[in-house]
Design a protein around this ligand. Structure first.
Ligand code: RIB
Ligand code: CA
Length: 324
């Protein structure tokens, strides 16, 4: 079966790392590149982390640097969740490795032309790279077959009562993407992510992969750091936010990866979505036209994940990295 060309646009980020792990294990895709964007931590860290992860997972593809800041706003990063280096403070070396020459937006456009009508993109960070590509190359959206975005929040946010982190980091970029005319956009928002978690048993397996699994070191570090991350989230956002994080580990970007790999894991509703850019209390909010007043739709909103099938896909992906 011919693999589908895929580019992952991300801000690693511990959940981005698990997203790339899942996609790297999938026989559905040929990962043609990883493009790094500012977000959880600075571009310097997200690009270095992406470079390390592609090598660590054995994904033979170029890594490109993208935008180091949002188009207009400047918001807090999320090192309190992902660790100072963005990867649970896991220590690694990228000696002998380097990012590809050039910028993410030019690589995204070159790839869209090379794989016209076939290219899929999974975006799980702020959408600044995609927005720049669209503004620089107006035919970009028409060349992309499918775009899966982890972002937005149909109901409650995570970095504010109404805004999800990726959308809040660059709401203007979200507006550019949502109005660019992509023919197939799936939004995996926070509500969808919260319907697909990993239970304590699955978390224990992740924390203690066998030594012959070549990613056991990073997974053990991510799981050990989760205790710090959960405590920080509760400190920053309050007890209610973090009350069941130990019982239910929600890995947002991995949920988006699973939806990309197996769309049947979720249910969908076609809606018209925009992103608030100006409100002092609402910037980054996903604005969904639930009544259809606009008379049009622009995205397919994923929801109601099959948790057990998602977890099975996630745990099976880990086995891909076992060595004889
Ligand atoms: O809100 C969750 C999203 O924001 C994830 O993509 C996480 O990595 C951060 O980028
Ligand atoms: Ca991310």
């Amino acid at each position: 079966m011919n693999r589908i060309p895929l580019i992952i646009d991300c801000d690693p980020g511990t959940d981005d790392a698990l997203c790339i792990m899942l996609l790297g294990a999938s026989s559905k895709y040929a990962i043609k590149g990883i493009t790094a964007v500012h977000g959880n931590v600075s571009l310097q860290h997200t690009a270095e982390n992406a470079l390390f992860l592609s090598h660590y997972y054995g994904i033979d593809c170029p890594v490109y640097r993208g935008a180091q800041q949002a188009m207009i706003v400047r918001n807090e990063r999320a090192a309190y969740v992902h660790g100072g280096n963005g990867l649970a403070d896991y220590e690694y070396s990228t000696e002998g490795l380097s990012c590809a020459e050039g910028y993410a937006w030019d690589f995204l456009y070159r790839s869209a032309r090379e794989y016209a009508g076939e290219l899929e993109i999974l975006a799980c960070g702020p959408l600044t790279n995609l927005a720049i590509t669209i503004l620089k190359h107006p035919d970009f959206a028409s060349l992309v077959h499918r775009l899966v975005i982890m972002g937005g929040a149909a109901h409650s946010g995570n970095t504010s009562p109404l805004a999800e982190f990726n959308f809040q980091q660059d709401p203007h970029a979200v507006q550019v993407v949502l109005q660019a005319g992509f023919s197939d956009v799936t939004i995996v928002d926070l509500d969808c992510c919260n319907s697909a978690w990993l239970n304590p048993e699955e978390q224990k397996t992740m924390a203690a992969l066998p030594a012959h699994n070549r990613i056991h070191g990073l997974l053990a570090q991510i799981m050990a750091h989760k205790v710090i991350s959960d405590a920080n989230i509760t400190r920053v956002h309050g007890e209610r936010f973090g009350r069941d994080r130990a019982a239910r580990m929600v890995v947002c970007d991995a949920v988006a990866a699973a939806v990309a790999v197996d769309p049947a894991l979720a249910q969908y509703r076609d809606v018209y979505m925009l992103c608030e850019t100006e409100g002092t209390q609402t910037a980054g909010q996903s604005v969904i036209d639930r009544l259809g007043l606009s008379g049009k739709t622009n995205v397919r909103l994923a929801m109601n994940m099959d948790r057990d099938r998602y977890a099975a896909l996630f745990m099976n992906s880990l086995k891909h990295y076992e060595e004889a």
